[in-house]
Design a protein around this ligand. Structure first.
Ligand SMILES: *Cc1c(COP(=O)(O)O)cnc(C)c1O
Length: 373
Protein backbone atom coordinates (compact mmCIF):
# COMPACT_ATOMS: atom_id res chain seq x y z
CA UNK A 1 0.00 0.00 0.00
CA UNK A 2 1.20 3.50 -0.87
CA UNK A 3 0.94 6.46 1.52
CA UNK A 4 0.14 8.66 -1.50
CA UNK A 5 -0.41 6.61 -4.66
CA UNK A 6 1.05 8.70 -7.49
CA UNK A 7 1.33 5.68 -9.77
CA UNK A 8 -2.40 4.98 -9.56
CA UNK A 9 -3.05 8.64 -10.33
CA UNK A 10 -0.78 8.48 -13.37
CA UNK A 11 -2.58 5.40 -14.66
CA UNK A 12 -5.86 7.35 -14.46
CA UNK A 13 -4.58 10.49 -16.16
CA UNK A 14 -1.95 8.90 -18.42
CA UNK A 15 -3.59 9.71 -21.73
CA UNK A 16 -3.83 13.47 -21.18
CA UNK A 17 -0.51 13.78 -19.36
CA UNK A 18 1.41 11.87 -22.05
CA UNK A 19 -0.23 13.92 -24.78
CA UNK A 20 0.58 17.22 -23.05
CA UNK A 21 4.22 16.22 -22.52
CA UNK A 22 4.52 15.12 -26.14
CA UNK A 23 3.26 18.53 -27.30
CA UNK A 24 6.11 20.19 -25.41
CA UNK A 25 8.66 17.77 -26.85
CA UNK A 26 7.33 18.59 -30.32
CA UNK A 27 7.48 22.38 -30.02
CA UNK A 28 10.67 22.34 -27.96
CA UNK A 29 10.05 25.52 -25.94
CA UNK A 30 11.25 24.01 -22.67
CA UNK A 31 11.67 27.28 -20.79
CA UNK A 32 8.67 29.61 -20.48
CA UNK A 33 6.89 27.84 -23.32
CA UNK A 34 3.21 28.54 -24.07
CA UNK A 35 1.95 25.98 -21.49
CA UNK A 36 3.32 28.13 -18.66
CA UNK A 37 1.03 31.08 -19.42
CA UNK A 38 -1.93 28.77 -20.13
CA UNK A 39 -1.45 27.04 -16.79
CA UNK A 40 -1.05 30.33 -14.91
CA UNK A 41 -4.37 31.59 -16.30
CA UNK A 42 -6.19 28.34 -15.43
CA UNK A 43 -4.66 28.43 -11.97
CA UNK A 44 -5.69 32.06 -11.34
CA UNK A 45 -9.24 31.25 -12.52
CA UNK A 46 -9.45 28.19 -10.28
CA UNK A 47 -8.28 30.05 -7.17
CA UNK A 48 -10.29 33.16 -8.02
CA UNK A 49 -7.44 35.70 -8.06
CA UNK A 50 -6.23 38.13 -10.69
CA UNK A 51 -2.67 36.79 -11.01
CA UNK A 52 -0.95 33.45 -10.61
CA UNK A 53 2.82 33.64 -11.08
CA UNK A 54 4.47 30.24 -11.41
CA UNK A 55 7.99 29.54 -10.17
CA UNK A 56 10.40 26.68 -9.50
CA UNK A 57 9.04 25.42 -6.15
CA UNK A 58 6.99 26.35 -3.10
CA UNK A 59 10.03 27.50 -1.13
CA UNK A 60 11.04 29.93 -3.88
CA UNK A 61 7.44 31.16 -4.00
CA UNK A 62 7.79 32.19 -0.34
CA UNK A 63 11.29 33.54 -0.88
CA UNK A 64 10.10 35.69 -3.79
CA UNK A 65 7.46 37.15 -1.45
CA UNK A 66 10.21 38.02 1.05
CA UNK A 67 12.17 39.74 -1.74
CA UNK A 68 9.07 41.58 -2.94
CA UNK A 69 8.30 42.88 0.55
CA UNK A 70 11.98 43.76 1.12
CA UNK A 71 12.22 41.62 4.24
CA UNK A 72 15.68 42.11 5.74
CA UNK A 73 17.81 42.03 8.91
CA UNK A 74 16.02 43.83 11.74
CA UNK A 75 12.61 42.65 10.56
CA UNK A 76 10.36 40.20 12.41
CA UNK A 77 8.26 37.78 10.39
CA UNK A 78 5.63 35.74 12.24
CA UNK A 79 4.87 32.13 11.34
CA UNK A 80 3.53 29.00 13.03
CA UNK A 81 6.06 26.83 14.86
CA UNK A 82 4.15 23.69 13.83
CA UNK A 83 4.80 23.61 10.07
CA UNK A 84 7.17 22.38 7.38
CA UNK A 85 10.67 23.86 7.67
CA UNK A 86 10.51 25.94 4.45
CA UNK A 87 7.97 28.35 5.99
CA UNK A 88 10.52 29.45 8.59
CA UNK A 89 13.63 28.88 6.50
CA UNK A 90 12.90 31.64 4.00
CA UNK A 91 12.54 34.16 6.86
CA UNK A 92 16.02 33.26 8.05
CA UNK A 93 17.34 33.26 4.49
CA UNK A 94 16.15 36.86 4.09
CA UNK A 95 18.22 37.73 7.19
CA UNK A 96 15.10 38.49 9.23
CA UNK A 97 14.09 36.99 12.57
CA UNK A 98 11.31 34.40 12.58
CA UNK A 99 8.93 34.83 15.48
CA UNK A 100 7.12 31.57 16.05
CA UNK A 101 3.49 31.29 17.00
CA UNK A 102 1.66 28.47 18.81
CA UNK A 103 -1.08 26.35 17.24
CA UNK A 104 -4.81 26.15 17.71
CA UNK A 105 -5.52 22.92 19.55
CA UNK A 106 -8.39 21.81 17.34
CA UNK A 107 -7.35 22.87 13.82
CA UNK A 108 -3.53 22.61 14.31
CA UNK A 109 -3.31 25.93 12.45
CA UNK A 110 -1.67 29.14 13.69
CA UNK A 111 -3.43 30.52 16.78
CA UNK A 112 -4.76 34.05 16.11
CA UNK A 113 -4.68 34.83 19.85
CA UNK A 114 -1.02 33.85 20.16
CA UNK A 115 -0.18 35.73 16.94
CA UNK A 116 -1.68 38.91 18.36
CA UNK A 117 0.24 38.41 21.59
CA UNK A 118 3.55 37.80 19.77
CA UNK A 119 3.20 40.88 17.56
CA UNK A 120 2.36 43.06 20.57
CA UNK A 121 5.41 41.69 22.37
CA UNK A 122 7.79 42.45 19.49
CA UNK A 123 6.40 45.98 19.33
CA UNK A 124 6.79 46.53 23.06
CA UNK A 125 10.38 45.28 23.02
CA UNK A 126 11.07 47.74 20.19
CA UNK A 127 14.06 45.86 18.75
CA UNK A 128 12.58 44.31 15.61
CA UNK A 129 10.18 45.72 13.06
CA UNK A 130 7.10 43.54 12.42
CA UNK A 131 7.22 43.10 8.65
CA UNK A 132 4.95 40.23 7.63
CA UNK A 133 2.82 37.33 8.82
CA UNK A 134 3.04 33.93 7.13
CA UNK A 135 0.13 31.61 7.85
CA UNK A 136 -0.01 27.96 6.79
CA UNK A 137 -3.05 25.93 5.73
CA UNK A 138 -1.74 22.91 7.57
CA UNK A 139 -2.61 19.45 6.23
CA UNK A 140 -5.04 21.09 3.77
CA UNK A 141 -7.27 23.03 6.17
CA UNK A 142 -7.35 26.81 5.59
CA UNK A 143 -6.28 28.80 8.66
CA UNK A 144 -8.73 31.12 10.46
CA UNK A 145 -8.52 33.99 7.96
CA UNK A 146 -11.42 35.94 9.43
CA UNK A 147 -9.42 36.44 12.62
CA UNK A 148 -5.98 36.50 10.96
CA UNK A 149 -6.79 39.16 8.36
CA UNK A 150 -8.19 41.31 11.17
CA UNK A 151 -4.86 41.08 13.03
CA UNK A 152 -2.88 41.89 9.87
CA UNK A 153 -5.09 44.95 9.42
CA UNK A 154 -4.82 46.00 13.07
CA UNK A 155 -1.01 46.07 12.91
CA UNK A 156 -0.94 47.10 9.23
CA UNK A 157 1.42 44.32 8.11
CA UNK A 158 0.94 42.09 5.05
CA UNK A 159 -0.26 38.53 5.43
CA UNK A 160 1.15 35.78 3.23
CA UNK A 161 -0.86 32.58 2.97
CA UNK A 162 1.37 29.51 2.57
CA UNK A 163 -1.12 27.26 0.76
CA UNK A 164 1.43 24.59 -0.21
CA UNK A 165 -0.82 22.08 1.53
CA UNK A 166 -4.08 24.00 1.43
CA UNK A 167 -4.49 24.28 -2.34
CA UNK A 168 -8.05 23.19 -3.13
CA UNK A 169 -9.41 23.96 0.34
CA UNK A 170 -11.83 26.81 0.93
CA UNK A 171 -13.80 28.83 3.49
CA UNK A 172 -17.39 29.41 2.41
CA UNK A 173 -16.32 28.82 -1.19
CA UNK A 174 -13.43 31.31 -1.05
CA UNK A 175 -10.45 29.26 -2.13
CA UNK A 176 -7.10 28.74 -0.45
CA UNK A 177 -4.58 30.89 -2.30
CA UNK A 178 -6.93 33.88 -2.27
CA UNK A 179 -6.39 35.00 1.34
CA UNK A 180 -4.00 37.69 2.52
CA UNK A 181 -1.96 40.10 0.41
CA UNK A 182 -0.02 37.30 -1.23
CA UNK A 183 -0.38 33.54 -1.21
CA UNK A 184 1.91 30.74 -2.31
CA UNK A 185 1.64 27.09 -3.17
CA UNK A 186 3.85 24.12 -4.09
CA UNK A 187 3.49 21.51 -6.81
CA UNK A 188 5.88 19.04 -5.13
CA UNK A 189 4.59 15.62 -6.30
CA UNK A 190 2.95 14.67 -2.99
CA UNK A 191 1.02 17.95 -2.52
CA UNK A 192 -2.72 18.07 -3.32
CA UNK A 193 -1.88 19.42 -6.80
CA UNK A 194 1.52 17.98 -7.67
CA UNK A 195 3.66 17.86 -10.79
CA UNK A 196 6.43 15.38 -11.71
CA UNK A 197 9.28 17.37 -10.27
CA UNK A 198 9.45 20.71 -8.47
CA UNK A 199 7.07 23.58 -9.05
CA UNK A 200 5.35 26.44 -7.22
CA UNK A 201 3.21 29.54 -7.64
CA UNK A 202 2.34 32.88 -6.05
CA UNK A 203 -1.16 34.37 -6.08
CA UNK A 204 -2.10 38.03 -5.84
CA UNK A 205 -4.75 40.53 -6.94
CA UNK A 206 -2.20 43.36 -6.99
CA UNK A 207 -0.99 44.28 -10.51
CA UNK A 208 2.23 45.93 -9.31
CA UNK A 209 3.13 42.96 -7.12
CA UNK A 210 2.47 40.60 -10.04
CA UNK A 211 4.77 42.60 -12.34
CA UNK A 212 7.50 42.70 -9.70
CA UNK A 213 7.25 38.96 -9.09
CA UNK A 214 7.44 38.22 -12.83
CA UNK A 215 10.64 40.25 -12.90
CA UNK A 216 12.12 38.78 -9.69
CA UNK A 217 11.67 35.18 -10.85
CA UNK A 218 13.77 35.86 -13.99
CA UNK A 219 16.91 37.64 -12.73
CA UNK A 220 15.11 40.91 -12.05
CA UNK A 221 14.49 41.51 -15.73
CA UNK A 222 13.04 44.76 -17.05
CA UNK A 223 10.82 45.25 -20.10
CA UNK A 224 13.91 44.40 -22.17
CA UNK A 225 15.00 41.01 -20.94
CA UNK A 226 18.69 41.93 -21.21
CA UNK A 227 18.22 45.03 -19.08
CA UNK A 228 18.04 43.94 -15.48
CA UNK A 229 16.46 46.49 -13.22
CA UNK A 230 16.79 44.70 -9.88
CA UNK A 231 18.48 41.66 -8.34
CA UNK A 232 16.29 38.62 -8.75
CA UNK A 233 16.72 34.86 -8.88
CA UNK A 234 16.26 32.15 -11.50
CA UNK A 235 13.01 30.46 -10.51
CA UNK A 236 10.86 29.43 -13.46
CA UNK A 237 8.36 26.58 -13.76
CA UNK A 238 9.53 24.16 -16.50
CA UNK A 239 7.23 24.01 -19.52
CA UNK A 240 6.94 20.22 -19.18
CA UNK A 241 5.79 20.61 -15.56
CA UNK A 242 3.22 23.22 -16.65
CA UNK A 243 1.96 20.78 -19.31
CA UNK A 244 1.57 18.05 -16.67
CA UNK A 245 -0.14 20.47 -14.30
CA UNK A 246 -2.68 21.50 -16.97
CA UNK A 247 -3.82 17.86 -17.19
CA UNK A 248 -3.74 17.44 -13.42
CA UNK A 249 -5.69 20.64 -12.72
CA UNK A 250 -8.48 19.41 -15.02
CA UNK A 251 -8.81 16.29 -12.88
CA UNK A 252 -8.33 18.14 -9.59
CA UNK A 253 -11.98 18.90 -8.67
CA UNK A 254 -12.87 15.19 -9.02
CA UNK A 255 -9.82 14.22 -6.97
CA UNK A 256 -10.68 16.78 -4.30
CA UNK A 257 -14.16 15.27 -3.98
CA UNK A 258 -12.61 11.79 -3.67
CA UNK A 259 -10.24 12.99 -0.94
CA UNK A 260 -13.19 14.42 0.97
CA UNK A 261 -15.12 11.19 0.57
CA UNK A 262 -12.19 9.27 2.00
CA UNK A 263 -11.94 11.72 4.91
CA UNK A 264 -15.65 11.23 5.62
CA UNK A 265 -15.20 7.45 5.53
CA UNK A 266 -12.23 7.70 7.92
CA UNK A 267 -14.27 9.90 10.26
CA UNK A 268 -17.21 7.52 10.41
CA UNK A 269 -14.95 4.48 10.94
CA UNK A 270 -12.60 6.10 13.47
CA UNK A 271 -14.68 8.80 15.16
CA UNK A 272 -15.37 8.20 18.83
CA UNK A 273 -12.51 5.73 19.20
CA UNK A 274 -11.17 6.60 22.64
CA UNK A 275 -7.41 6.54 21.97
CA UNK A 276 -7.56 8.41 18.65
CA UNK A 277 -8.75 11.91 17.75
CA UNK A 278 -9.79 12.47 14.15
CA UNK A 279 -9.18 15.83 12.44
CA UNK A 280 -11.57 18.69 13.09
CA UNK A 281 -12.99 20.72 10.20
CA UNK A 282 -14.82 23.89 11.30
CA UNK A 283 -18.22 24.68 9.81
CA UNK A 284 -18.00 26.31 6.33
CA UNK A 285 -14.43 25.04 5.86
CA UNK A 286 -13.33 22.55 3.20
CA UNK A 287 -9.99 20.77 3.56
CA UNK A 288 -7.94 19.59 0.59
CA UNK A 289 -6.62 16.79 2.84
CA UNK A 290 -2.95 17.14 2.01
CA UNK A 291 -2.66 14.82 5.03
CA UNK A 292 -5.16 12.92 7.13
CA UNK A 293 -3.64 13.60 10.54
CA UNK A 294 -4.86 12.01 13.74
CA UNK A 295 -3.80 12.54 17.36
CA UNK A 296 -3.11 9.83 19.92
CA UNK A 297 -1.22 9.42 23.18
CA UNK A 298 -0.58 5.86 22.00
CA UNK A 299 1.08 6.99 18.77
CA UNK A 300 4.08 4.65 18.96
CA UNK A 301 1.98 1.54 19.60
CA UNK A 302 -0.50 2.36 16.86
CA UNK A 303 2.20 3.11 14.29
CA UNK A 304 3.97 -0.13 15.19
CA UNK A 305 0.73 -2.06 14.65
CA UNK A 306 0.17 -0.34 11.29
CA UNK A 307 3.71 -1.14 10.22
CA UNK A 308 3.21 -4.80 11.11
CA UNK A 309 0.15 -4.78 8.82
CA UNK A 310 2.23 -3.17 6.03
CA UNK A 311 0.31 0.09 6.26
CA UNK A 312 2.44 3.23 5.90
CA UNK A 313 1.97 6.09 8.37
CA UNK A 314 4.15 9.16 8.81
CA UNK A 315 4.73 11.77 11.53
CA UNK A 316 4.16 15.32 10.27
CA UNK A 317 5.76 17.00 12.23
CA UNK A 318 7.80 15.57 15.09
CA UNK A 319 9.92 18.70 15.56
CA UNK A 320 8.55 22.24 15.82
CA UNK A 321 10.42 25.17 14.29
CA UNK A 322 11.50 26.55 17.69
CA UNK A 323 13.00 23.10 18.41
CA UNK A 324 15.11 23.03 15.23
CA UNK A 325 18.85 23.15 15.88
CA UNK A 326 19.32 26.08 13.51
CA UNK A 327 16.77 28.18 15.41
CA UNK A 328 17.95 27.34 18.95
CA UNK A 329 19.78 30.69 19.07
CA UNK A 330 16.36 32.36 19.21
CA UNK A 331 15.30 30.52 22.36
CA UNK A 332 15.28 33.49 24.74
CA UNK A 333 13.47 35.80 22.31
CA UNK A 334 10.68 33.30 21.80
CA UNK A 335 7.62 32.39 23.78
CA UNK A 336 6.29 29.01 24.85
CA UNK A 337 4.44 26.65 22.58
CA UNK A 338 2.63 24.09 24.70
CA UNK A 339 0.02 23.20 22.06
CA UNK A 340 2.50 22.72 19.22
CA UNK A 341 4.86 20.71 21.42
CA UNK A 342 2.04 18.40 22.43
CA UNK A 343 1.01 17.97 18.78
CA UNK A 344 4.58 17.12 17.77
CA UNK A 345 4.49 14.27 20.29
CA UNK A 346 1.07 12.89 19.38
CA UNK A 347 0.24 13.42 15.67
CA UNK A 348 0.64 10.99 12.81
CA UNK A 349 -0.83 10.80 9.32
CA UNK A 350 -2.67 7.95 7.60
CA UNK A 351 -2.64 7.11 3.88
CA UNK A 352 -4.66 9.75 1.98
CA UNK A 353 -5.06 10.07 -1.79
CA UNK A 354 -7.93 10.09 -4.30
CA UNK A 355 -7.28 6.61 -5.70
CA UNK A 356 -7.47 4.49 -2.55
CA UNK A 357 -9.11 1.10 -3.13
CA UNK A 358 -11.89 -0.04 -0.82
CA UNK A 359 -9.86 -3.13 0.15
CA UNK A 360 -6.97 -0.91 1.20
CA UNK A 361 -9.27 1.30 3.26
CA UNK A 362 -10.77 -1.74 5.00
CA UNK A 363 -7.30 -3.02 5.78
CA UNK A 364 -6.38 0.29 7.45
CA UNK A 365 -9.58 0.36 9.51
CA UNK A 366 -9.09 -3.24 10.54
CA UNK A 367 -5.53 -2.54 11.70
CA UNK A 368 -6.69 0.49 13.70
CA UNK A 369 -9.88 -0.85 15.24
CA UNK A 370 -9.57 -4.62 15.03
CA UNK A 371 -12.89 -4.50 13.24
CA UNK A 372 -13.83 -5.04 9.63
CA UNK A 373 -15.76 -2.12 8.24
C1 LIG B 1 5.93 21.66 0.82
C2 LIG B 1 5.83 22.91 1.58
C3 LIG B 1 6.59 24.05 1.25
C4 LIG B 1 7.70 24.04 0.25
O1 LIG B 1 7.38 23.59 -1.03
P1 LIG B 1 8.52 23.02 -1.99
O2 LIG B 1 7.86 23.02 -3.33
O3 LIG B 1 8.88 21.66 -1.52
O4 LIG B 1 9.66 23.96 -1.95
C5 LIG B 1 6.37 25.21 1.97
N1 LIG B 1 5.47 25.26 2.96
C6 LIG B 1 4.72 24.20 3.31
C7 LIG B 1 3.73 24.32 4.42
C8 LIG B 1 4.88 22.98 2.65
O5 LIG B 1 4.15 21.93 3.02
Amino acid sequence: MQFIDLKAQYQHLKHNIDQNIQTVLDHGKYIMGPEVAVFEQKLADYVGVKHAISCANGTDALQLCMMLLDVKPGDAVFCPTFTFFATAEIIGFAGATPIFVDSDERTFNISPEDLDRQIAQVLSKGKLKPKAIITVDLFGLPADYKALEKIAEKYNIPLIEDAAQGFGGDINGKKAGSFGTLATTSFFPAKPLGCYGDGGAIFTDDDDYANMLRSLRVHGKGADKYDNIRIGINSRLDTIQAAILIAKLDAFPTELAARNQLATAYASALGGKNNLNIPYVPKDYLSSWAQYTVVSDDRDDIMTALKAANIPSVIYYGTCMHQQTVFKYLADQQGHYPVSEKLAKTVFSLPMHPYMQEAEFNQIIHALTGKSK
